[in-house]
Design a protein around this ligand. Structure first.
Ligand SMILES: Nc1ncnc2c1ncn2[C@@H]1O[C@H](COP(=O)(O)OP(=O)(O)OP(=O)(O)O)[C@@H](O)[C@H]1O
Ligand SMILES: [Mg+2]
Length: 508
């Protein structure tokens, strides 16, 4: 066969068609790859191992709980690595509650390394940022009495040292405190148009403590009666009228007739919260003006509450609790879309800050692109902070919803049992055997054995409890600055097919 011009043309046309086909296929492939990269949730924040990334999707699936005894490396190894990964994710925002005075330096260095030094805002008495909690709740919570009451009581949970409501009848006292705050908020709101902590305090302290006082001119000139009068005379909707009538009955009939002991027990808790709101550093920081709010986090800012309870005691806890609660509410109110930035609430030494609202938040934050990272020593840290039987259930609910759990060396058996229980059991074969005594000397001399073997199978823990108690490196020079941890991911196996993975972090 000879090559003529037609053959050459044919060959050229086939080549052109092939090249065009290749170009179309390549374009499609590139487009698909582009889509994959464009799905922001696949962004890798950290690697547990070469083949196991920790993605934004993992983070936003509830968050991470890190456990380990003191000095096991939570803050300086896994915590630091995770924090760096999240901060490096452009646009991320969040709230950080400092647990120790040295935390600020660590976070500043994390933000500097990520090139986001300007996105870390520090909230403390030494800085000019201020945030009026109740003004914000009035504004964003629609001014509903229930929302404002909940805000005050959740923040107030932190004042445990002045708590008269713990113990056997804790639920009763808490309900009564909540009812008192609710009835005060209702009247003050209707009388003045907004609710502030000083107005609530003045309203409750000038209430009639005895029915005989109500007729006196002296009492009638006081703030309490002025508020009742203003609210009574104001034009009201049907609902407002009903709520006002309930509150008025409480203040003019139920409250003055209460047994002194009951009334003072309820008032101690309520006035403790309002007093904290209205005095000293707390008043200056959270009851005056506002130049920063949780909304700044939606714009990619991180707010560090640098008031560690170690340094500031109860007031550090109080300010942190307010910020945490209002951030959680703000995230839950957001209609998140694909372009909404992730918001992370970072709490080291979580036992100092955990409260009854956390489980509720964690169960819902996923669809609002929110998440939490909680670091603490043990299960008991949570049980101890959320008191009573209800508290234990709240703690269990909270821990269930952390999608990822990281275990450093543990210091107590119960947490170790729980950790190994999360990994589960597998069918294990056990071998055994026994030697019966020889019948005769001849058998023994000839080596005729009377060994009987046996085996049985049953389900055993994949990792025994002691793996968590002994053998995980805890950093420091002696360990080459390395900290081991076991990561447990519920529901989704790692590439090895297991729901757990052994990993190592450096403290460098
Ligand atoms: N950069 C570092 N170089 C050397 N050692 C370090 C470094 N950072 C921390 N360590 C040491 O490593 C250990 C773990 O410290 P880390 O503060 O991370 O523990 P932790 O689990 O957060 O403890 P705690 O519950 O008390 O906060 C401690 O003994 C600490 O002194
Ligand atoms: Mg720590």
């Amino acid at each position: 066969m000879t090559f003529n011009e037609d053959h050459v043309y044919g060959l050229v046309i086939v080549t052109i068609v092939m090249v065009l086909n290749y170009a179309v296929i390549r374009r499609k492939a590139l487009k698909n790859a582009g889509n994959a990269v464009r799905d922001k949730l696949d962004a890798t924040l950290l690697r547990w191992s070469k083949s196991d990334p920790f993605t934004l999707r993992d983070l936003l699936n509830g968050g991470v709980a890190i456990f380990g005894r003191t000095g096991s490396g939570k803050t300086s190894s896994s915590g630091k690595a995770l924090a760096s990964g999240i901060v490096r994710h452009a646009g991320s925002g969040g709230l950080i509650l400092a647990a120790k005075p040295e935390d600020r330096a660590m976070w500043e260095s994390i933000f500097r390394s990520a090139g986001r030094g300007g996105d870390l805002l520090v909230f403390s008495p030494e800085h000019p940022l201020r945030f009026n909690f109740l003004d914000w709740e009035n504004l964003t919570g629609g001014g509903h009495t229930r929302n404002i009451t909940k805000c005050i009581t959740v923040i107030g949970e932190t004042l445990r040292s002045s708590d008269t409501t713990s113990g056997e009848n804790a639920d009763f006292w808490q309900r009564e405190q909540e009812r008192m705050i609710h009835n005060a908020v209702e009247v003050v709101k209707q009388a003045t148009g907004k609710v502030s902590a000083p107005a609530l305090q003045a309203f409750i302290t000038t209430a009639a403590m005895h029915p005989s006082l109500i007729g006196s001119e002296d009492w009638q000139a006081k703030f309490h009666n002025k508020c009742l009068k203003a609210a009574y005379e104001r034009q009201k909707s049907q609902t407002e009228q009903h709520d006002f009538d309930m509150a008025r009955d409480y203040w003019l009939s139920e409250f003055p007739n209460m047994a002194d002991k009951t009334r003072s027990s309820i008032m101690t808790g309520v006035m403790g919260i309002l007093h904290t709101f209205n005095t000293g550093t707390v008043r200056e920081l959270v009851s005056t003006t506002t130049n920063i709010t949780p909304a700044d986090m939606f714009r990619g800012k991180w707010i560090l509450i640098d008031m560690s309870p170690a340094e500031y005691g109860d007031i550090g806890n109080f300010v942190a609790a307010g910020w945490k609660y209002l951030t959680q509410k703000m995230v839950l109110r957001r209609h998140a879309t694909e372009s909404s930035n992730p918001i992370c609430i970072w709490v080291d030494e979580a036992q100092m800050f955990v409260n009854s609202h956390d489980a509720h938040y964690l169960a819902q934050c996923r669809s609002h692109r929110g998440c939490m990272v909680y670091l603490t020593q043990s299960l008991h840290s949570y049980y101890g902070s959320l008191k009573g039987e209800t508290g234990k259930h709240q703690a269990d609910a909270l821990l269930t919803n952390f999608h990822l759990k990281v275990f450093h060396a543990l210091g107590d058996v119960q947490t170790a049992e729980w950790a190994s229980g999360l990994i589960g059991k597998t069918l294990t074969t056990f071998h055994g055997g026994s030697m019966a005594p020889q019948d005769s000397l001849m058998d023994e001399l000839c080596g005729r054995g009377r060994f009987t073997g046996s085996f049985n199978t049953h389900y055993e823990k994949i990792l025994q409890d002691n793996v968590f108690l002994n053998g995980l490196r805890t950093g420091g020079k002696a360990n080459g600055l390395l900290c081991d941890a076991i990561v447990v991911r519920s529901g989704e196996p790692f590439t090895g097919g297991q729901n757990w993975l052994w990993t190592t972090f450096s403290q460098k």
